[in-house]
Design a binder for this molecule. Structure first.
Ligand code: AMP
Length: 299
């Protein structure tokens, strides 16, 4: 079943302990789409500028990702510059150039409107709403957000909770948005506002999910080196939605499996800069790490 994602397709400049890269392929929709494409067909809705390299579009196309909703516009591509400290869960946004989004209004085609699975990746809540309103009763809608929108458009983010089935946020965002100082209380507060499932990503420490009234926890995959944490959350979203779309079910058992696949894709994403590691993977590699996860938590 097909998945549609609205988010950013970006050129990232990233500095980590392992080194730095400039203007490499990134963006919330890009990481999401690649991770989800291991499981189901994906359509990407995002703006790109005149300067966005054609070779990146070709790479996505060759992967089978539907880029017909990639809207080119005069001006530059969305650019993000991030810097990580010694703790890979702490990052600073050094600069953002968001011109690409200034007059971007997504227009879904017939096939876009018919998508059964919709992922509202990290992007302005107004754009998330524009896409949701055009979708023709999707079976499952999930959303992500970030500290920027929680600070600048809190009401819109809280309002959006009532329109989605799954909320995917990181631990700081869950606490910020709910005003609580405890993740269990935060998850309960967020669930009360709409989503049946709240999945809280905890970076290298794994994830905590509240699915209906049940809690589900998994650790982070033990990695000796994190090269670049960028995109881990979006790749997590891709693995999660991909697994849900592939199964076609929404029960708790599938959701638990989907959280593990999310963690698998997130853990691969951080092993290199940009999407290099994700691009070199096969479905067998993904399934092998999934099995390692199962073994990791067996007792
Ligand atoms: P993550 O590490 O999962 O939070 O995702 C990082 C990705 O999100 C990077 O590739 C950035 O290009 C992208 N990104 C950062 N800030 C924004 C923003 N304000 N809007 C949309 N995408 C963003």
């Amino acid at each position: 079943m097909s998945i549609l994602v609205v988010g950013s397709v970006a050129l990232d400049t990233v500095e980590t302990r392992a080194g730095s890269v400039k203007d490499v392929l990134g963006g919330s929709a890009t990481y999401f789409a690649w991770a989800a494409s291991f499981f189901a067909p994906v359509q990407v809705v995002a703006p790109v500028g005149e300067d966005f390299p054609g070779e990146h579009v070709e790479t996505l196309k060759q992967r089978g990702i539907d880029v017909s909703h990639l809207q080119r516009h005069p001006g530059g591509t969305f650019r993000w510059h991030g810097r990580y400290g010694d703790d890979p869960d702490e990052r600073e946004t050094v600069a953002v150039c968001a011109d690409a989004f200034s007059d971007f209004h997504p227009r879904l085609s017939e096939s876009g409107r018919k998508c059964r699975y919709l992922f509202l990746a990290n992007v302005d809540p107004a754009l998330q709403r524009e896409v949701l309103e055009q979708a023709d009763s999707p079976e499952l809608v999930a959303m992500d957000t970030m500290d920027l929108w929680i600070k600048t458009q809190r009401e819109a983010v809280v309002g959006a909770l009532g329109t989605v089935d799954i909320l995917l946020v990181n631990d700081c965002e869950a606490l910020d948005l709910s005003g609580k100082d405890n993740l269990v209380l935060a998850a309960a507060w967020l669930r009360e506002r709409g989503p049946g499932a709240v999945i809280i990503k905890k970076g290298q420490h794994g994830a905590l999910a509240q699915i209906g009234s049940s809690f589900f926890c998994i650790p982070g995959y033990p990695l000796a080196e994190v090269v670049d944490p960028t995109g881990a959350g979006d790749a997590f979203g891709g693995g999660l939605m991909g697994c849900m779309a592939e199964s076609g079910k929404k029960d708790e058992e599938v959701m638990r499996k989907a959280v593990v696949y999310g963690s698998v894709l997130g853990s691969f994403a951080v092993e290199t800069f940009s999407l290099e590691r994700l691009m070199g993977l096969t479905r067998e590699d993904v399934d092998r790490r999934y099995e390692e996860f199962v073994e990791l938590v067996r007792f």
